[in-house]
Design a protein around this ligand. Structure first.
Ligand SMILES: NC(=O)c1ccc[n+]([C@@H]2O[C@H](COP(=O)([O-])OP(=O)(O)OC[C@H]3O[C@@H](n4cnc5c(N)ncnc54)[C@H](OP(=O)(O)O)[C@@H]3O)[C@@H](O)[C@H]2O)c1
Length: 336
């Protein structure tokens, strides 16, 4: 019998709506990785720890520099599935030189984390993963864009179920978004814009042809996809589907239409439409994104542990690998 020498990864918020799915996805991917499930309510975390095995509940206090953990706590990484507006969790990871995943940042949120990384650039790999579905949509889109020599435009339209709202932390983030900084980020005619009302909405056609009026969001996918492809237009718009309009027999699932225009290797301009449909709430794929990023940063899949630096999902994960895992999870992805 071999002894398990892997150190535990700390998942703060691991007992939440996304978190419990993320720790289960990580357990499926990495059966021997010890997991610490962090939160304020350790009873909830302990029940989940028993369910997944090789896991422990730990009480987290974000008001303390040591996060309330014992001095000899020896973690291999820190994944934060809630908005830590103290950034003590990032300082904690930097202090120990271990990977850090930030999951709840909109595009306008990342300044303080970028500054902390810029102050200590060699201490830890820091992954900014506030992207749509934990980076999954950016990776899927980059995979689909591989057929083009040059990409001109990427437009994503997502339809969320009215009841797919996540837990209290997710609602708090949406409230922060709608009250605090209402302008969405888009790339429009080659410029990054905090969009005015006239360009913030867009009509797109869903998988069954339904016309939805979507609203753009300030998600990190916009700068990520623009950086990776240099497309002149990049935007992600969301619409909410009332429960009454759910397809018959379907639960609170999610659909995304990805439209890409670009130049083919033969030199012609082409527009493609792809669909992604998941019958689970959006936290399912988001959790998969978090789990795939975590195992990659730790060097448990896809290559050696990631070196200190500032990263987005497309800088650490292989799009084809992510698409494979997404399909394996039961999500349907096809060309329309
Ligand atoms: N990037 C993406 O794709 C993506 C997708 C979906 C959601 N999100 C974000 O992910 C986050 C979690 O969403 P969710 O729906 O899972 O919310 P949730 O169900 O409320 O989960 C929040 C988790 O954080 C813990 N927590 C809350 N406040 C805490 C604190 N002060 N100290 C320590 N632990 C604390 C909670 O456990 P206790 O109550 O025990 O403390 C719980 O485990 C939100 O920020 C949401 O916006 C991101």
């Amino acid at each position: 019998m071999t002894t398990n020498t892997l150190k535990p990864v700390l998942i703060i918020g691991g007992s939440g709506v996304v978190g419990r799915r993320a720790v289960k996805a990580l357990r499926r991917l990495q059966p021997r990785l010890p997991i610490w499930i962090g939160g304020r309510d350790t009873h909830k975390a302990a029940a989940l720890a028993r369910e997944i095995g090789l896991a422990e509940a730990v009480r987290i206090d974000l008001e303390r520099d040591d996060l309330g953990l014992p001095p000899d706590a020896d973690v291999s990484g820190v994944v934060v599935l809630l908005k830590d507006d103290t950034l003590r969790s990032l300082r904690y990871a930097q202090g120990r030189g271990v990977p850090y995943v930030s999951f709840s940042d909109f595009a306008f949120d990342i300044g303080p984390a970028v500054a902390l990384h810029a102050r200590h650039p060699t201490r830890a790999p820091v992954l900014l993963l506030g992207h749509f579905l934990g980076g999954v949509m950016t990776l899927v889109t980059l995979h689909l864009a591989r057929e083009f020599k040059a990409v001109h435009s990427i437009e994503m339209g997502g339809v969320f179920d009215e009841e797919d709202v996540g837990g209290p932390a997710a609602s708090g983030d949406m409230e922060r978004l709608t009250k605090g900084v209402p302008s969405p980020l888009i790339r429009h005619e080659g410029r990054f814009l905090w969009a005015s009302e006239e360009v913030a909405t867009r009509v797109f056609h869903g998988v069954d042809g339904t016309a939805w009026t979507g609203r753009a969001y300030p998600l990190l996918d916009v700068p990520s996809l623009a950086a990776a492809t240099d497309a002149n237009t990049v935007r992600i718009d969301f619409a909410v589907r009332p429960v009454a309009r759910r397809p018959p027999g379907q639960g609170p699932g999610l659909e995304v239409v990805i439209e890409i225009t670009g130049e083919t290797p033969e030199g012609t301009t082409k527009r493609v439409r792809h669909a992604l449909v998941d019958t689970e709430v959006h936290s399912g794929l988001s959790a998969l994104g978090a789990a795939l990023a975590t195992e990659r940063l730790l060097g448990l899949a896809g290559g050696a542990p990631v070196a200190p630096g500032l990263y987005h999902p497309e800088s650490v994960l292989d799009p084809a690998y992510v698409v494979e895992r997404v399909r394996e999870s039961g999500t349907r992805l096809w060309t329309m």
